[in-house]
Design a protein around this ligand. Sequence first.
Ligand code: SAH
Ligand code: SF4
Length: 441
Amino acid sequence: MYMEKRFFLETFGCQMNVVDSERIVDLLQEIGYRQVVQPDDADLILLNTCAVRDKAERKVYGHLGRYKPLKEKKPALILGVGGCVAQQEGEKLLAKLPYLDLVFGTHNVHKLPEMVRAVENNRVRCHETEFLDQETRLQLFPTRILGDTVTRFVTIMQGCDNFCSYCVVPHVRGREISRPSADILHEVRELAAAGVREITLIGQNVNSYGCKGEGEISFARLLAEVDGVPGIERIRFTTSHPKDLSDELIDCFGLLKKLCNHIHLPVQSGSDRILQMMNRGYSRGQYLDKVRRLHAVCPDIRLTSDIIVGFPGETEEDFEATLSLMAQMRYADVFSFIYSPRPGTAAAELPDTLEPAVRQARFERLLALQEEISRNWRDADQGQVFEVLVEGESRQGNGQMFGRTTWNRIVNFEGDRSLAGQVVPVRITRVFRNSHLGEMV
Ligand code: SAH
Ligand code: SF4
């Protein structure tokens, strides 16, 4: 009897991995695998991994350890690792973990079907972590025309050439490449026709889009083109680097109707000395200057940021510069991280004498300050009416619907399922840490 095979996929990390995982799902379905939600039911378990911080990497080993007993019970089970840890460790992973069958890197998702077949048929262990040339990568850009959701990610560039001194991304994702704008626009038009209403253009550094390819349009121009696609209601993008935030791009926030009034603009530190050591390519003053211009063209804009605490050599004074920048910026939200050294990065070579307890204490001060600022933003929303793009049924499973404000804030409210895809006015009745509760008006 023919037995359908089942796979379980776990995804860690950023939006790039989310998109790669969608591709993995498609590829495995093409070779007869069905996705399941319990690892115990699976014939194939895959982890799409993140290496950006030590904690993320350790989590991968933790999860793999949990699957080991499953493999002992069911020797035919195939266990594989992809994504950034796979890219970073390569073949070494197979040596470290004798129960692992396959390792595929960030440029090798397309090889997965072949690799799974090889393991199934010959019980060989295999790894593919070669970086590909530009030409091949351009042909493999993830595209997925599916109208099953109101919002979708569209990949516009991959890799990163910035080499921020702490960051492993350029090492595990490879050089920066931009996808031809014609392909992007084709995908956006198809998605709009299939019912998608909001597009998030994604890449490690979207605002350097097109800079390195001859004859390509700028990122601002690309936004304007997407703005003109009928059916699309909202546009977002992530992540953008402050040094590449051009005046032309800033102007988009005033000119383009569909572009949401939110930008994630990671500052990383408020100290010029640390910014320089991080190789960020801007000063505190330059950052604040760009933010001033953003507010001038779009007074309603809200910003979010990433901040690293405890970069090697960070003094109390440097740290206080970060706190003062946060107080000045009043970010709607901040994703903060304790620095961790990453293999192969320049910062990992720096002398580092900061005590873990000092890092932890600074981290907590930063969290406390941001929580106060974020709470102020939330409280200010109370009682106001906002336009919400309805995405579907609330994940809380209480029959409510959910959507987002232009600032990317989740709003839950009572409403009919048929509202999905529409923009509706909602009054905020209660505010919580991660979402608002509201009622349609
Ligand atoms: N391309 C994006 C995201 C990079 S990774 C960007 O440039 O903003 C996401 C965040 O992880 C970074 O913004 C940074 O704040 C954090 N991060 C990266 N490397 C880190 C490290 N070694 N230790 C702690 N945080 C790190
Ligand atoms: Fe990492 Fe800097 Fe590139 Fe972002 S811009 S991915 S932080 S190297």
